[in-house]
Design a protein around this ligand. Structure first.
Ligand SMILES: [Zn+2]
Length: 80
């Protein structure tokens, strides 16, 4: 089902949390939280809410750092 926000939809909270973490790995201005949309009954990411506590967890911060580093590496390799 589509909804008026036209944002990516996530079926479960786990999926939304995963997407939230991935947005921090990939983007300079990542989403800060996710919310449940009553219109399409799925989750969306948002940058207009307070930072999700998940993003303050040491293991999540560590994972973001590591994956950003490995992303840097593959970018460098691709440029050659
Ligand atoms: Zn929606």
């Amino acid at each position: 089902m589509d909804c008026c926000t036209k944002k990516n939809q996530y079926y479960t909270e786990e999926e939304a949390a995963e997407a939230l973490i991935r947005s921090h790995i990939r983007f300079n201005k990542p989403a800060l939280n996710y919310y449940f949309c009553g219109e399409c009954t799925h989750y969306h990411l948002t940058s207009r809410q307070e930072k999700h506590p998940l993003l303050n967890q040491p293991e999540v911060i560590e994972r973001i750092k590591k994956e950003q580093q490995s992303q840097d590496w593959s970018n460098r390799l691709r440029r050659k």
